[in-house]
Ligand binder design. Structure first.
Ligand code: AMP
Length: 194
């Protein structure tokens, strides 16, 4: 399975991504996790990414593309992947398509949109801020991340819909309930019913 996860920050991509990765036996690749690890260990990449991350902006394409390119070249990604947080703008989607082609890997099969409305997102992220203390979960940064999502990432829904790869599942309800809805939608798209 080669799947990308689309959805606002806090829509549940991480949680559902882990479950999907386990179910399909493929790695979940999160550019956000990789960037946070780089910031924590103080690498050059982390240093260059930190300002944009703290402001809730996207970091430069070349920084995330490097992460994804390296990760996709590892053997465990040869059978598939769940990409969480990449691509995040149309330039990155085109780059991903080219990367897969260049590495003789099959194209993305499914783009999953976890659909959650903005106000629900804000309250989830504020709750996560007090639980996990993520630096980018303060309210003004949260609003900016949602704005960036709506301006930069939301247009990707159209990019994948035009290729008949988009499935949209409401990201509200219990974790297992959402997961079951995703599974049904994936089966439908794979059998050409969607
Ligand atoms: P996430 O955990 O996916 O919400 O990512 C946290 C932050 O990392 C984002 O707010 C961005 O600053 C940065 N980031 C993660 N993935 C990307 C990406 N594909 N392109 C640009 N910035 C990214």
């Amino acid at each position: 399975m080669r799947m990308i996860l689309l959805g606002a920050p806090g829509s549940g991509k991480g949680t559902q991504g882990e479950k999907l990765a386990a179910a399909f036996g493929v790695p979940r690749i999160s550019t956000g996790d990789a960037l946070r690890a780089a910031v924590k260990s103080g690498t050059e990449l982390g240093r260059r990414a930190k300002t944009a991350m703290d402001a809730g902006d996207l970091v430069a394409d070349e920084l995330v593309v490097g992460i994804v390119e390296e990760r996709l070249s590892l053997p465990d990604a040869s059978e598939g992947f769940i990409l969480d947080g990449f691509p995040r703008n149309t330039a990155q989607s085109r780059i991903l398509d080219q990367l897969l082609l260049k590495n003789h890997l099959p194209a993305v099969e499914v783009a999953l949109h976890l659909d959650v409305d903005d106000e629900e997102i804000v309250s989830r992220l504020l709750a996560r801020a007090s639980e996990q203390g993520r630096a980018d979960d303060r309210e003004e940064v949260i609003r900016s991340r949602i704005r960036v999502y709506n301006n930069e990432t939301h247009p990707l829904l159209d990019y994948y819909a035009k290729q008949n790869k988009l499935i949209a599942v409401p990201g509200v309800g219990g974790v297992n309930e959402i997961f079951d809805a995703i599974r049904l939608a994936v089966i439908a798209v794979e059998s050409g019913l969607a």
